[in-house]
Ligand binder design. Structure first.
Ligand code: GCU
Length: 487
């Protein structure tokens, strides 16, 4: 299932429509970017549509262009067959970078040193080597409430607003960028409510717009009873659904479009430019800007959730925007909450093949000439960037996904748990509680007594079974205006 070619095939199916929609843009008028010969093409398994071949070729050209600029000849193999599935072989790199030791070697012993010295050092490493740099001069976003609809969801009267964030594209008018989102709040709330923002996959966002609302067709992947939206509403809170792919396509060919393309005036990105995760996180922050202006919302109590690639993006959003109050990062795995140095399930070299555009270009180096052990940071430090705010990490079983036997081993629950454990010292330094254990918990045990939370459910690659536990965790921090519904 995770074979490179199969993945490319699945991925292309999802993106080909986006590619068809793309018109020539500012790049036609701008300087010619350095190009590289097309990468070796994988042998097609099925007959491709011309548009799919075009998208694959464009993606592989961009991959090769970045490899060439970095002087990288080849990456380590990264398919599911190349992955390690044996926990006893997962800890090949003895030491994690210490989040509480400065580059100078000085131990960090006060919160002030963390904020002034060490945290900026970690951010700089992530920006340069892992995620790419968010541009400084990002354009203004003007929010439009496209429609306001009173309706009922799970028996609760709500108001749903369809929102459009129009991104100022005067720097390159050929590239139009709009952020699509919705906001649903209880109609009878006694005051501004906490809101959980979901970063939705394209299909989920589309499904969330379908009316009449069904209690089983929205958001959550997999049917585990009440939808996450209904669970959130039952608390007296509201929810927002953001469509990250509306402003940055989930493919490399789309990097000369969307917000990344707009910032580069349609040119290919530079080696230190941001990747998709940072761009998706940027849009989450812009939606939070809107929520700050909406009187039905308590914008100091906005949580953020995402699953899988959107779980990675949600973690990045939380790490980089201190206004998010609580995080649920589900099955984010490699490039998300999992330690790069815990070699189990998805390898870095896999992310850096079909999904290299999620990250900054420099991360390619660590899947080729260098190894995860050479990274200046690891993802316990991405979690630590969220401190002191509460973080909940969820995952499914550690077994491989097989037909008829759903597993979430690719996302590596233990690798994420270990990252949370290693983020603990930063939480403690800032006066908060760590996970409270260093022992990997028995399946379905909610570890939510501290300010870091964790749960592994017994299903496959889905966020649904961990929603109730996340909401119990979040209820320690988010409080609605309606006392009878407050936890
Ligand atoms: C692939 C990818 C993962 C990612 C997942 C998803 O499996 O390898 O890193 O999390 O897609 O987003 O569904």
């Amino acid at each position: 299932m995770h074979e490179f070619r199969q993945l490319f095939r699945q991925w292309l199916g999802a993106v080909c429509l986006v590619v068809i929609a793309y018109a020539p843009t500012c790049r036609l008028h701008a300087q010619t970017a350095p190009t590289a010969p097309a990468a070796t093409q994988p042998v097609p398994l099925l007959k491709e549509m011309p548009v799919q071949s075009a998208a694959r070729a464009a993606s592989e050209r961009e991959h090769q262009r970045e490899m060439d600029l970095l002087g990288i000849k080849e990456l380590r193999p990264g398919t599911e067959k190349d992955a390690n599935w044996d926990e006893s072989k997962a800890n090949v790199y003895a030491k994690l970078p210490d989040p509480l030791v400065e580059k100078s070697g000085k131990p960090v012993t006060t919160a002030k040193e963390w904020w002034r010295v060490r945290r900026p050092e970690i951010v700089e490493d992530y920006d340069r080597e892992v995620l790419g740099r968010t541009p400084a001069n990002l354009p203004r976003v003007t929010w439009e409430v496209v429609s306001t609809t009173p309706e009922k969801m799970g028996g609760i009267a709500v108001v749903t607003k369809r929102l459009a964030g129009h991104v100022d594209n005067s720097s390159c008018p050929q590239i139009a960028v709009t952020i699509d989102a919705t906001l649903t709040t209880p109609a009878d709330a006694k005051g501004p409510v906490p809101v959980i923002m979901e970063l939705a996959f394209a299909g989920e966002f589309k499904a969330s717009l379908v009316r009449p609302i069904s209690d089983t067709t929205t958001g959550a992947l997999g049917d585990y009873g009440q939808t996450w939206e209904s669970q959130v509403l039952a608390k007296g809170w509201g929810f927002a659904v953001l469509s990250p792919t509306s402003y940055q396509a989930d493919d490399a060919a789309g990097m000369t479009e969307g917000i990344i393309g707009l910032m580069n005036k349609g040119q290919p990105r530079g080696l230190e430019d941001w990747g998709g995760l940072k761009a998706w996180a940027w849009g989450a922050s812009r939606l939070l800007d809107y929520l700050e202006t909406d009187k039905t919302v308590n914008a100091k109590q906005v949580g953020i959730e995402g699953h899988s690639r959107m779980g990675k993006a949600a973690l990045v959003a939380m790490a980089y925007d201190p206004r998010f109050a609580v995080l649920y990062s589900s099955s984010s795995g490699e490039g998300g909450a999992k330690l790069y140095r815990h070699v189990y399930g998805e390898p870095l070299s896999h992310i850096e093949t079909p999904y290299f555009y999620w990250m900054g270009a420099n991360l390619l180096k660590y899947a080729g000439p260098l190894t995860p052990g050479d990274l200046p940071v690891d993802n316990h430090e991405l979690i630590a960037l969220c401190a002191p705010r509460p973080v909940f990490i969820g995952a499914g079983t550690s077994v491989r996904n097989e037909p008829g036997k759903p597993g979430d081993g690719w996302a590596d629950a233990r690798g994420m748990f270990l990252a949370e454990v290693a983020a603990g010292p930063v939480y403690r330094l800032l006066g908060k509680k760590d996970l409270g254990t260093t022992e990997f918990p028995v399946m379905e045990t909610a570890v939510i007594d501290g300010d870091l939370g964790f749960r592994q459910h017994s299903g496959g690659h889905t966020p649904a079974p961990n929603w109730p536990t996340f909401l119990t965790f979040a209820s320690k921090y988010l409080h609605g205006p309606d006392a009878s519904k407050a936890p």
